[in-house]
Design a protein around this ligand. Structure first.
Ligand code: HEM
Length: 441
């Protein structure tokens, strides 16, 4: 791990599962873990999960919040406090009917994104940094959904604060890995460069979230718009500090992950022109010229949903999650003591030929109704159980609408066929700028 392994831990785990099987034990820096990667094992593990499941503690994040006197959000809270907070957001963010209402807002941002992408393309259709352009799109969308605020990131002159937020999320993720596998309290005591950088990044993230919340609640209190912040404020009694804690985590959850998943989908389609042209045909058949996609029209696009599912299988944004056992438990025939960290390696399952034939190929057809055979626990890019991603439905809608717009407006080309390796840095990032270009249709 010390020799560059942190960035390759998904690959190391994949190799280890091949060598040791579906369950093995491993020391990871300061903690001991048990690694699992088998759909049946994962299913039985989650069938008996506790009322308040715990992930591996993200100590650097907690330490920052304690240091600055800030509140925890859904990613960091535990126990009953986590459940109360989760319930306050569950309906708005996870109920399909509620999320479906957001398609208008998402489309508004998408219309601006298509224009800004056209502007960012050079004469060959290449964009200097497509990942960063997608971050601007995801930031603009999440702010519109959470706060009914538009930040102007897709205009020619973009807002400095929003840009700083995006850069700060990337910086914070970069320092998180090393701080997780060493003693973060020692880093803080010695005030190491890593601790300082991580703190600075979180200061920027919290400051932006606080400004967004103030802008919505103080400067436009009576607009009656359907945004998550105002509806949560109507239905619950959360303090301003609690709102800042939870919304800063929702905002980071919404910025880095969706942009990353869309980037990998663009990359996979650029390398699979047949799938792309099949997808374009499906979109043409489902939408009349000039018509915007909506939740209703997306239901006529099963291949589009399959393309996204396949992209998230082949190139997942997050390759694993974890649970810390609150009681002794039997897992895969082994008795694991309370406190054991169980790592669930999604990536090791989705690349395993036992569960997916031609696992390293992009084959969206495998998700079409007539072919579907795999165990649903073999591909869970949003996690599983009570602590599954709360932004899942929103992210899926965002990605489906975005892919529909992009493929409708542009032909996506691969500008080279050399390998692009995925590296772990909180999310799976490419080891170089993804080689794609956009041709207007
Ligand atoms: C948790 C993936 C989008 C907010 C998670 C987890 C995963 C994940 C794997 C851990 C689940 C578990 O431990 O079982 C993704 C992916 C996304 C995405 C792949 C996009 C493609 C979003 C969005 C938001 C968000 C848009 C915000 C609206 C969160 C939060 C949690 C979480 C707050 C913690 C939930 C809890 O512990 O109760 N996500 N996510 N995510 N995600 Fe997402």
């Amino acid at each position: 791990m010390w020799h560059g392994g942190l960035k390759n831990q998904h690959e190391i785990m994949f190799q280890n599962h091949k060598k040791y099987g579906k369950i093995f034990r491993m020391n990871l820096g300061t903690f001991k873990s048990v690694q699992i990667a088998d759909p049946a094992l994962v299913e039985s593990f989650f069938r008996s999960e506790s009322s308040y499941p715990k992930r591996l503690e993200i100590k650097p994040w907690k330490m920052y919040r304690d240091y600055r006197g800030e509140a925890y959000g859904l990613l960091t809270l535990e126990g009953q406090e986590w459940q109360t907070m989760r319930r306050a957001f569950q309906t708005k963010l996870m109920k399909p009917k509620e999320v479906a209402k957001l398609d208008v807002k998402i489309n508004e941002v998408m219309a601006d994104f298509v224009t800004s992408l056209g502007r960012a393309c050079d004469e060959n259709g290449c964009v200097d940094d497509i990942y960063f352009e997608l971050n601007k799109w995801s930031y603009e969308t999440i702010c519109s959904v959470l706060y009914n605020v538009r930040c102007g990131l897709l205009q020619e002159k973009c807002g400095e604060e929003a840009l700083l937020f995006i850069k700060s999320v990337k910086k914070m993720m970069q320092y998180l890995g090393p701080l997780m596998v060493t003693s973060v309290s020692l880093h803080r005591r010695l005030n190491t460069a890593q601790w300082q950088q991580h703190t600075q990044a979180w200061d920027n993230i919290f400051s932006t979230a606080k400004n967004c919340i103030s802008e919505r609640l103080e400067n436009q209190p009576d607009t009656g718009a359907e945004d998550i912040l105002s509806s949560v404020c109507q239905d619950s009694q959360l303090t301003r500090k609690e709102l800042c804690g939870i919304f800063s985590e929702l905002q980071i959850g919404g910025v880095e992950t969706t942009a990353n998943s869309l980037m990998w989908a663009i990359f996979n389609l650029s390398r699979n022109p047949c799938a792309q042209s099949k997808l374009h045909n499906e979109i043409q058949n489902a939408l009349h010229p000039g018509m915007f996609p909506s939740v209703k029209t997306l239901n006529k696009m099963p291949f589009l949903k399959s393309c996204l599912k396949e992209s998230m299988r082949l190139t997942p944004t997050i390759p694993f999650t974890s649970r810390t056992l609150e009681d002794d438990a039997s897992v895969g025939g082994y008795l694991l003591p309370e406190g054991t960290v169980v790592m669930i390696n999604f990536h090791s399952m989705t690349w395993n030929e036992d569960y997916f034939s031609d696992a390293k190929d992009f084959k969206p057809e495998r998700w079409m109704k007539e072919h579907q055979m795999s165990n649903p626990f073999a591909n869970t890019p949003f996690g599983i159980g009570k602590r599954m991603c709360i932004g899942r439905r929103l992210a899926e809608l965002q990605l489906q609408l975005a892919l529909c717009w992009l493929v409708q407006k542009f032909k996506i080309h691969a500008t080279d066929k050399l390998p692009v390796k995925a590296l772990f840095s909180g999310v799976m990032i490419p080891n170089r700028k993804i080689p794609v270009s956009f041709e207007k249709r």
